[in-house]
Write a protein that binds this ligand. Structure first.
Ligand code: PRP
Length: 207
């Protein structure tokens, strides 16, 4: 049986839709109840519904054989897993954003609110810019509005959240999409199953 860590929410629904096309459908997912482990014995698959930012942890520790996770999280957490495929969904970008009338003062240490600390540090160190990070876990856009920080580093998808809060993208750091990842031992011991899965996914994605 293949154990798949699925990010809870809209991305997970999209992933399940794709996986159904290659034979990993699990009818229990449509029931939309509170169960976190959903099995389809006839399709030899078990889905674990986890918080999107936790998918890589389940896969790294082998609690799941494979999983789907945003490239943003992979770049920031750098888990010890195989990245097998870009699924081309969940597309967005990691960007620096700030107030619409923002003007940078390069003589001051830049205060940055983010949950992506590693990516942020790397990005600004590549620019030789001294920063102070304020780690937040959500509603990052509030920080520059309240003067807590100068800018934010966060996910921008439609740009609606920024616009409605009078913020704008100042720099794009990296494009993001959902990736299929695999546990290193599972990739060895369930190699047939996983490579078959990747092959079928590639076929479906190129249709
Ligand atoms: C994410 C991100 C932005 C928003 C971007 O937040 O942190 O706030 O989506 O999407 P948009 O460009 O389409 O408006 P999420 O909804 O995941 O909640 P969070 O504030 O808890 O991070």
């Amino acid at each position: 049986m293949l154990n798949i860590a699925l990010p809870k929410g809209r991305l997970g629904d999209q992933v399940h839709e794709i996986f159904s096309k290659i034979g990993y459908e699990c009818a229990a997912i449509y029931e939309n109840d509170r169960r976190l482990v959903l099995e389809s014995p006839e399709n030899n698959v078990r889905y674990l519904l986890v918080k999107p930012s936790d998918v890589a942890i389940y896969v790294e520790y082998g609690a799941a054989d494979v999983g789907v996770v945003g490239k943003d999280i992979l770049l920031d957490a750098n888990p010890d897993v195989y990245e097998l495929l870009d699924l081309g969904i969940g597309k967005c970008r990691l960007a620096v954003a700030g107030p619409e009338d923002y003007v940078e003062d390069r003589d001051r240490v830049l205060r940055v609110a983010t949950k992506f600390q590693t990516v942020t540090k790397k990005y600004y160190s590549s620019l030789n810019r001294e920063i102070e990070i304020v780690k937040l876990n959500g509603s990052i856009e509030l920080a520059p509005i309240l003067g807590l920080t100068d800018v934010i580093v966060d996910i921008v998808e439609s740009g609606k959240t920024l616009k409605e809060n009078h913020l704008k993208v100042l720099q794009t750091i990296v494009p993001v999409s959902a990736r299929l990842i695999a546990n290193r031992s599972s990739y060895l011991f369930k190699n047939d199953l996983i490579t078959q899965m990747v092959k079928k996914l590639e076929e479906v994605l190129h249709q």
